[in-house]
Ligand binder design. Structure first.
Ligand code: PLP
Length: 365
């Protein structure tokens, strides 16, 4: 079976973890600090605060900006559930805005329609690895005095005109979950230029303790700390990130070259000036195609190719968000796309013959 995702790990990560284990400092320590320094530079931001998941990064970011009860936070309905759950964790209200059919990203025009005097922030999601329309979104945010939190969990090392993912909002959030472009199994990080936000994030991740050496509390906090074991892996992953990104792009281009010729298949659209990091290579299976999306997924499975639907149900139709009064038909683009999308393998370890197996499977339909 050709897997949909595979972590790109080697002896370098094994050695780095071994060194940490032998050092005796296995929780948050010097490796975490070193990774924070390197990752903030990588994103072109002043501060990086590691945490132990992307979900924790989002929750921490919303704490840092002071989002809470009575606030509305605008986000996309087509995303991983953690994006919107983080809003609920703060007792705020998730307000969805529809997406664009070309990029799968939140539509700035729809954001405008959803702004009220309660709106505090927008959580943008750089979906599948391509950045949102930040020129427009940041303009809307500025005009309406809103903060932008960038959920860049799928987009590490993507960029727009050379400016990297995570640097477009007030705070950028990343995940290092096992399927993500760089990984330590479970992990996350926030980046920002705002000193006050960085300090709030720092105490929030360590039970509210202003310093790890003190028992003074700046407020409520959680235990969201990353370990040096994870950070040591990430330091190695960061050295490989260009290679990983380049490989994903090459694999995506290879698939697109052939799949774009097939009637009823819409290949991913890479917008002008954008570097798409291809966390997921996602096609749209339209009505003109010979098989339905689900039949295609079954067919590929029989041919030894795994595929995935990210995500099958827009969040406004999921139980714990429906209670805000959302119903079918509220976000027609997200609803249509969720029925058409199918992600195919494009991870960096794929061999040419595996890519050809995928292409041949399509041609044999
Ligand atoms: C992976 C992901 C998250 C959550 O990350 P975890 O590390 O799994 O908690 C949040 N948002 C998006 C868009 C993601 O893809």
């Amino acid at each position: 079976m050709i897997p949909i995702a595979k972590p790109f790990l080697g002896n370098e990560e094994i050695k780095a973890v071994e060194e940490v284990l032998k050092s005796g400092i296995i929780a948050q320590g010097p490796k975490v600090l070193e990774f924070e320094e390197k990752f903030s530079k990588f994103c072109g931001k002043k501060y990086a605060i590691t945490v132990n998941s992307g979900t924790a990064a989002l929750h921490t970011a919303l704490h840092a900006i002071g989002a809470g009860e009575g606030d509305e936070i605008i986000t996309t309905p087509l995303t991983f559930v953690a994006t919107a759950n983080s809003i609920l964790m703060r007792g705020a209200k998730p307000v969805f805005a529809d997406i664009k059919p070309d990029s799968f990203n939140i539509d700035p025009k729809c954001i405008r329609d959803k702004i009220t005097d309660k709106t505090k922030a927008i959580i943008t999601v750089d979906f599948y690895g391509q950045l949102c329309d930040y020129e427009e979104i940041n303009k809307i945010a500025e005009e309406n005095n809103l903060l932008v939190i960038e959920d860049a969990c799928q987009a590490v090392n993507s960029d727009y005109n050379g400016k990297k993912a995570g640097s477009f909002g007030e705070i950028g959030c990343f995940s290092f979950y096992a399927t993500k472009n760089i990984t330590c199994g479970e992990g996350g990080v926030l980046v920002t230029d705002n000193k006050s936000f960085s300090e709030k994030a720092r105490y929030f991740r360590q039970n509210g303790r202003s310093e790890m050496t003190s028992f003074e509390y700046a407020g409520l906090g959680y235990n969201y700390r990353m370990t040096d074991i994870s950070a040591a892996m990430l330091l190695e992953q960061l050295k490989k990130i260009e290679h990983i990104t380049q490989k994903r792009i090459e694999n995506a281009e290879y698939l697109t070259e052939e799949l774009k010729k097939i009637k009823g298949i819409q290949v991913p659209i890479v917008k002008d000036g954008h570097r798409h990091a291809f966390y997921l290579y996602t096609i749209r299976v339209k009505e003109e195609f010979k098989l339905s999306r689900d039949e295609l997924a079954d067919y590929l499975k029989k041919k030894g190719i795994s595929s995935g639907i990210y995500y099958p149900k827009p969040l406004h139709l999921c139980g714990h968000f429906r209670k805000f009064g959302y119903k079918e038909g509220d976000f027609p683009v997200a609803e249509l796309l969720s029925k058409q999308i199918l992600s195919l393998p494009c991870h960096p370890s794929l061999k040419v013959d595996e890519l050809n197996t995928i292409i041949d499977a399509f041609k044999s339909i």
